[in-house]
Design a protein. Sequence first.
Length: 163
Amino acid sequence: MSTTLVVWNSGTAADAECARGVLVDLVRTDRESVHDAAMVSWPWGSRKPTTRVLADLRSARALGDEFWGVLFGVIFYSPLLCAAVSRATDAFSGSLADVGIDETFVNRVRDSVTPGTWALFALGSDALVDRVRGIPGLDQRSGVLVTKLSRRQVGALRQVFVG
């Protein structure tokens, strides 16, 4: 079974909260579907986005705050951070691509989450994608980016971020 990292990008806070509501409902009905989540808001006029880990959606399978910090650092704050993380840990043999988060995915997120947008990031089972794609109208108003992580890749992330 794979783990999925999903990013729902939206131009409005209402759409981001709608997606968050779907995750909350999903956690109530199937706790294993959502492992961890975070929200990004990038108000007009701000140089960088604001990030917030959604602790109420965190399960025992969460990778934690440090994972989100590294991921958001690579995407939004410093593309060179990926190289620094690679050198600092044995789990990454070259980049986040080794753990399923390749440069193409990072660049797609970077290109789509821009000033004036919101995004919800969630880590969990494949059901995440199916549930969000089932929200009437949400897909037409927002982008959905997905990357799949193998068991081995998730294991490498857990070694680094969970211990």
